[in-house]
Ligand binder design. Structure first.
Ligand SMILES: NC(=O)c1ccc[n+]([C@@H]2O[C@H](COP(=O)([O-])OP(=O)(O)OC[C@H]3O[C@@H](n4cnc5c(N)ncnc54)[C@H](O)[C@@H]3O)[C@@H](O)[C@H]2O)c1
Length: 371
């Protein structure tokens, strides 16, 4: 790949988030969108027009477009249920893929995606856009200086009226939103989830059918506890979309409201308590994911959102839901082992199934430390 040329991308999925991606790629000097695919051709044409790209080639399948335009990569912004077929088709055709979160609706589906990436030898990166905030990058830097982490808390309280599928889901907060906060917690403390106890519930005034509120306590591999509490039907004193964070560690504590710069308090060190540090500018949200993907393609480095490393974020969600349903502490490696067996049984592609069967220990595959 010529580093002086923009990466040519075919985008699949032109809905609400698809429009945001079209605009983001159009604004990037490092990438350009060369084609747009959607099952609904009118949606594709309308989104291309709205993004100021009326002449962008559009089609209803990747195969139709891949033959007519020269491209280097695919960005997948379809619904979660379509991530599997679209990613598989793209990687089988030789494209590296940048895919919207979640990697798949289930951990079994995620493992199948990881195996497909191994079978085809193509990069699959998941865009977890909330990893890319200047304030969050600064918080990570501060946490590294605080010594051993004891407790991490994240509070997330909002009251959006989305309408549509989120108000019909069984676990809208845990499945559609908390994956961002769970993923951020891993990225923040550099430890992996071991087990979770979770209660999910629906406040009496809720406008959601499913459980719009939840509290989960995760144990992490290095001993840290991550306490997450949130609600999607909580009018008043709303937090930011990133949530409100506290990190309690050996030599001090850090706070972040999810919007601005974090603060740190290290007793004994003068001049640090409450001091707001200005977070250095970085490409934020999906621009940050795009920048990391392009960098990975140009340098061959492994991006932080690479699929193997993303599975545990989805496993945190699935384990929290399982704990809420059973009322018991759920062990992450048990969820992974069940998902691996399911994925192997269900896999239709011989090459992908062979990869799934070849994994000695699924924990090792996704980077979960041995107990
Ligand atoms: N990072 C974030 O903060 C964030 C926010 C919103 C949505 N998302 C994610 O973005 C993705 C898309 O969400 P959305 O809100 O744009 O959904 P959407 O329903 O608005 O759009 C999805 C589009 O994909 C198309 N599609 C479905 N299956 C397809 C297939 N097999 N081939 C081609 N096109 C297909 C649909 O026709 C639709 O136009 C989801 O994974 C969602 O979780 C992320």
């Amino acid at each position: 790949m010529n580093p002086s040329e923009p990466v040519r991308m075919i985008q699949v999925g032109a809905g609400a988030m698809g429009l945001a991606w079209l605009r983001t790629i159009a604004e990037s000097p490092d990438a350009e969108v060369v084609g747009l695919v959607d099952l609904d051709i009118d949606v594709a044409r309308r989104s291309a027009e709205t993004a100021g790209l009326p002449d962008l080639p559009t089609a209803t399948s990747l195969a139709a477009l891949a033959d007519t335009v020269a491209a280097d990569a695919v960005v997948n912004v379809t619904i979660p249920e379509a991530h599997h077929p679209v990613n598989l088709e793209a990687m089988s055709a030789g494209f590296p893929v940048l895919c919207e979160k979640p990697i798949a609706p289930t951990v079994a589906g995620a493992l199948s995606m990881v195996a497909a990436s191994e079978a085809t030898g193509r990069l699959l990166m998941i865009s977890q856009s909330r990893r890319y905030f200047a304030g969050f990058a600064e918080l990570r830097r501060l946490v590294e200086s605080l010594g051993v982490v004891g407790t991490v808390t994240c509070e997330f309280f909002k009251a959006p009226h989305f309408g549509g599928f989120r108000e019909r889901m069984a676990h809208p907060l845990l499945v559609d939103m908390a994956i961002h906060h769970f993923d951020a917690a891993r990225h923040l403390v550099g430890q992996e989830p071991v087990a979770v106890y979770c209660q999910a519930y629906n406040p009496p005034w809720s406008w959601y059918d499913g459980d719009a509120a939840a509290t989960a306590v995760f144990e992490f591999s290095g001993g840290a506890q991550f306490v997450y509490t949130g609600s999607w039907c909580s009018p008043g004193y709303e937090t930011s979309w990133n949530g409100r964070w506290r990190i309690s560690a050996q030599t001090g504590s850090a706070l972040w409201d999810g919007d601005g710069s974090p603060t740190v308090d290290m007793p004994g060190r003068t001049g640090t308590a409450g001091e707001a540090r200005r977070a250095p500018a970085v490409p934020e949200q999906i621009s940050g994911a795009l920048a990391e993907f392009v960098h990975a393609l140009r340098t061959g480095t492994t991006p932080s959102g690479e699929a193997h490393g993303n599975v545990l974020s989805l496993a945190m969600v699935e384990s929290a839901v399982q704990s809420a349903l059973t009322g018991t502490r759920t062990v992450i490696e048990d969820v992974l082992a069940d998902a691996h067996a399911q994925a192997t049984d269900a896999e239709q592609h011989d090459a992908v199934r062979a990869v799934l069967k070849s994994w000695r220990d699924v924990r090792e595959t996704v980077g979960l430390p041995a107990r």
